[in-house]
Ligand binder design. Structure first.
Ligand code: ZN
Length: 396
């Protein structure tokens, strides 16, 4: 059994200890100490990092038999080590974890929503509640929890045996047997917990709910405490500040302003589409008027800069509405799109012509006898169009 210094004093940052065992964990060197201030991953709270006589502590693992493994980047010399935990990381965990006790207790007391699990993540923490909650209910619990933060109530650690525990109003029944470690937020919450907590609720700073979602028949509440809440506020300030400057509106008007922009965008795209259809028809009529006479058919072979594949298709289809006409249209710039179309009374297989063209000039594509399209052509446009003329003359 490793003596857990954080059980009694979560503010102890430095300590000295005998090494009782050199071992390995997943291929890395690991140390077991007689006592430690390092918190191992458990109860939803991640492990501490830090150093042991100059060696980096990469991970801290709680074993089933009560030992704590310190996974290190190298084994330190000697039989004693001086340990130092990374206080910023630990204090962040203490803020989030104590905030969770207070927020869970608020949900429990004011809304009879029980906490089923807690996870302290690298950026956010979550609690899963056993029922769905409205936005107003979430806000109420958040307000009550922050009231307790600002009252700066003591958070004390005590230990109690099974008989005493049976008489205590624990928020949640503990599955552990024997002596329990209890975290007491004065006159607000009493919970069995092995984690690290701040000494007074004021040190939580603030508890801010970041998001709520339905989860397994209940709710998942994502929240930020203390320093994380400040960082989250800064992120929002940058994002909202940039947005209100760009749109010249107040923060509260942002959602409506974005909806208006989206509607404008949809209307603009619809109008562009309409103009494209009209323009494609005009382009097709002008091209058809100047079609080359190949004897058996009238051919429009042209490069049309600025038109995408769907535009080329619309123009080609309109040309092919004319009796005896065929169209070979190339986009620009390279690699270009290509569309081949022919009228119903033209004895040419557009798909076969495209296949032959692609074999000569590269690119990909395919189609039916009436219409075929491809892309990725890199040969000079004049060469591609000449090949098309040759192929169509031979087929015709
Ligand atoms: Zn706790």
């Amino acid at each position: 059994m490793t003596e857990r210094l954080y059980y009694h004093d979560p503010y102890s940052v430095e300590f000295e200890a005998e090494i009782v065992e050199h071992t390995t964990h997943e291929g890395k060197a690991a140390l077991v100490l007689e006592r430690t201030a390092f918190y191992p991953t458990s109860g939803g709270q991640p492990f501490d990092t830090g150093s042991l006589s100059g060696a980096r502590v990469l991970e801290v693992v709680d074993t089933d038999d009560g030992r704590i493994l310190h996974v290190v980047d190298r084994a330190p010399q000697g039989s004693r080590v001086r340990g130092t935990i990374d206080w910023d990381r630990r204090f962040d965990h203490m803020q989030q974890h104590t905030g969770q006790h207070v927020l869970s207790a608020a949900f429990d007391r004011f809304l009879t929503a029980r906490t089923e699990s807690f996870h302290l993540g690298a950026e956010y923490s979550t609690i899963d509640l056993d029922r769905e909650l409205s936005a107003a209910e979430i806000a109420r619990a958040e307000t009550e929890a922050n009231r307790v933060v600002w009252e700066d109530r003591p958070v004390t650690i005590r230990f109690a045996g099974p008989e005493e525990v049976a008489k205590l109003p624990l928020r949640k029944e503990s599955r552990r047997e024997g002596t329990l470690r209890l975290i007491d937020v004065e006159d607000f919450d009493l919970s069995a917990c092995g984690g690290t907590h701040v000494a007074r609720t004021g040190a939580i700073g603030i508890i801010a709910v970041a998001a709520t979602e339905r989860f397994r028949g209940g709710s998942r509440v994502t929240f930020l405490c203390g320093g994380r809440a400040l960082n989250g506020y800064r992120l929002l300030r940058e994002a909202v500040g940039g947005s209100v400057r760009a749109l010249s509106v107040l923060p509260a008007e942002l959602p409506a302003a974005i909806e208006r922009l989206q509607a404008d965008g949809r209307e603009t795209r619809r109008q562009i589409k309409e103009f494209q259809v009209k323009l494609a028809a005009q382009e097709a009529d002008a091209l058809a008027a100047a079609a080359e006479d190949l004897g058996s058919l009238r051919l429009v072979a042209a490069v049309l800069p600025g038109w995408d594949a769907s535009g080329l298709k619309a123009i080609a289809a309109r040309i092919a509405e004319r009796a005896g006409h065929a169209a070979v249209l190339l986009g620009d710039p390279a690699p270009a799109a290509i569309v081949i179309a022919r009228g119903t009374n033209v004895a040419v297989d557009a798909g076969a012509v495209l296949k032959a063209l692609l074999a000569r000039h590269g690119g990909k594509g395919g189609g039916r006898p009436e219409m075929a399209q491809g892309g990725g052509i890199t040969s000079a446009a004049a060469d591609v169009l000449q090949s098309a003329r040759d192929l169509l003359t031979a087929k015709a």
